[in-house]
Unconditional design. Structure first.
Length: 128
């Protein structure tokens, strides 16, 4: 079951989707492959999966930044080598990349998971 959970996280699909084909193909084993409470993700697992997706998104952002900025510097060098205007794009977009990294790696967490939990509890009228 842990392997299935890992595969579901890697392929970014729900565990039900992985189990669905098996459920449909074998009526005899329907009860064996039905989702039971053990196969559902816990709150902690969902949080960790979401965090890993956020990290993946940051690295994708960083790679896109690097490729595009490198391309802009090459274009800048070919078109107008006397003035490097590509620094402005690198600086502007770089601020966004740094901000994204700081939030993903929770260097600052003004609106982090704890804040979200407190807000949900507050709106549900529960005490922490």
């Amino acid at each position: 079951m842990e392997s299935l959970k890992s595969l579901a996280a890697v392929f970014e699909v729900e565990l039900d989707e992985l189990l669905m084909e098996k459920n449909m193909s074998s009526e005899n084993h329907e009860t064996k492959y039905k989702q039971n409470p053990e196969t559902k993700y816990s709150e902690e697992e969902n949080r960790v999966i979401e965090h890993v997706r956020d990290i993946k998104g940051f690295y994708s952002h960083l790679i896109n930044y690097s490729v595009v900025i490198l391309g802009l510097f090459l274009l800048n060098f070919l078109i107008s080598p006397g003035y490097y205007w590509a620094w402005w794009a690198a600086f502007g977009w770089g601020i966004g990349v740094v901000s994204h990294g700081l939030s993903v790696f929770e260097v600052y967490s003004f609106f982090g998971a704890d804040w979200e939990k407190r807000q949900v509890e507050k709106r549900l009228g529960r005490k922490l």
